[in-house]
Design a protein. Structure first.
Length: 255
């Protein structure tokens, strides 16, 4: 009797143990990255369903070496950098560094919608412009918006955060770690606020304040006068003509 009950008890216990759920993504070896597995997660363009269509998110997974400790999502900056391409988990320095920082963790890097291999958005004129004027920049931005079309409203941080949760669910992982760099810190915080129960830990590198970036870079401009004054004083003391240029920059910034 006791022996007959044992298999059933083991199954019941296994169902309630924490760990990975059933994965809904098919992973295969990446063609150009030994040891890394690649796959695609389809997500809706518009999660409300008002706008039809899907986007395929390119996902790369480097299985843990040694005793497994968890799963760490690597989130690149920008915005506009595809994490899979930026972190490049192929054999080499980047892989070694990430494994040194996160021993025992399965590493996941995926390209956000509109970047890398996830339906990358291209606006050639804007991307190749060199020192455009304010008016030219505005025209380039307007043209780029027209290229993307009405779907451009679905490429915000909130959409990236929901895409991250879709990847987490597709991989069958209950809770994940987040390692964000630059804009990736803003996205990591946004995800943690939206899905706190799904977060194991958060590591932020080169933090972007949640209210940034300012489209007019006002936070940068307000910090410029002190270093400009120091540079102007040094140039003036050395008798360099550059001092006048720096003082002009200070005056322009203050106006």
């Amino acid at each position: 009797m006791g022996r007959r009950l044992l298999p059933g008890l083991l199954v019941a216990v296994a169902l309630f143990l924490p760990g990975k759920a059933h994965a809904a993504i098919s992973l295969t070896p990446c063609a150009d990255k030994s040891g890394v597995e690649c796959g695609t997660v389809e997500v809706p363009v518009d999660r409300s369903g008002a706008v039809p269509g899907t986007i395929g998110l390119h996902v790369e997974v480097l299985p843990a070496s040694g005793v497994p400790r968890g799963t760490m999502f690597l989130i690149a900056g920008g915005p506009g950098q595809g994490s899979a391409g930026s972190f490049n988990l192929a054999p080499g320095f980047n892989r070694d560094l990430m494994r040194f920082l996160f021993p025992g963790y399965t590493l996941v890097a995926f390209d956000n919608r509109g970047t890398g291999q996830s339906g990358v958005i291209r606006c050639p004129a804007l991307q190749t412009a060199v020192n455009p004027s304010v008016e030219e920049d505005a025209a380039l931005a307007r043209d780029c918006a027209a290229i993307i079309g009405p779907q451009r409203v679905f490429y915000a941080t909130r959409d990236h955060a929901e895409d991250m949760d879709a990847v987490r669910a597709a991989l069958g992982v209950a809770r994940i770690g987040l390692y964000g760099v630059s804009y990736g810190t803003k996205l990591a915080v946004a995800y943690a606020l939206a899905h706190p129960a799904n977060v194991e830990r958060v590591i932020l590198d080169s933090v972007v304040v949640p209210t940034y970036p300012d489209p007019f870079d006002r936070n940068v401009l307000t910090q410029m006068p002190p270093p400009l004054r120091m540079r102007s004083t040094a140039a003036w003391g050395e008798g360099k003509s550059g001092g006048k240029r720096w003082r002009s920059a200070i005056a322009l910034n203050a106006s």
